[in-house]
Design a protein. Structure first.
Length: 193
């Protein structure tokens, strides 16, 4: 592996670990059910929920941006494997590279989707009605940030595999002889014995 390829893999791996770490910290700092306070509201007949301040959403957004930068870095460094017909030792490696590219984008979208779900329902200040007319406040359940962290690690792993397979195909393209490159050329026949 060339030094530049190793450096790209190292940077992308670091960004993936950073995104996962930010998601783990966001999970630790998320608002728990017992921290939500019922606040009286004079305009309506039942109280509303007061959520304490938390940095979990900011950490989650930062994690999603770091993960997006890592994915874009892989794509920029590797180039396109779908349209550029670069040679591989086997078509299996090309298929694996395309599958890794597609699944890395799918896991990136799911990771960002989990974050958007948490953002939408973070400040949900209404009460839910339980049995017998009791009210209770809701928060997002645990596991959304953890799921984002796992998906971040999967995204980066698939991106690195895609990059390694694509850079191997580029190295092979440089070594593949062009047509008629290795044909020995002879002197033209002049007709003299």
């Amino acid at each position: 592996m060339k030094k530049s390829s190793f450096l790209v893999c190292l940077v992308v791996g670091f960004l993936g670990l950073l995104a996962a770490l930010l998601d783990f910290v966001a999970e630790a700092k998320r608002v728990r059910d017992f921290k939500v306070i019922e606040e009286p509201n004079n305009r309506i007949n039942f109280p509303t929920c007061g959520h304490p301040k938390s940095h979990s959403v900011a950490l989650g957004i930062t994690s999603a941006l770091v993960l997006l930068v890592a994915e874009l870095l892989v794509i920029a460094a590797a180039g396109c494997v779908c349209c550029c017909g670069s040679p591989y030792q086997s078509t299996c490696k090309r298929i694996i590279a395309i599958i890794c590219l597609l699944f890395s984008w799918v896991t990136l979208v799911f990771s960002i989707g989990l974050l958007l779900f948490v953002i939408i329902f973070k400040d949900h200040h209404t009460l839910r009605v339980a049995s017998f007319g009791d009210y209770y406040c809701t928060t997002t359940k645990s596991g959304f940030y953890l799921g984002g962290a796992v998906l971040a690690l999967v995204t980066v792993t698939l991106g690195i595999i895609y990059y390694i397979l694509t850079s191997e195909g580029k190295r092979l393209k440089k070594r593949v002889p062009t047509p008629m490159q290795n044909i020995p050329m002879a002197q033209p026949y002049s007709g003299q014995p």
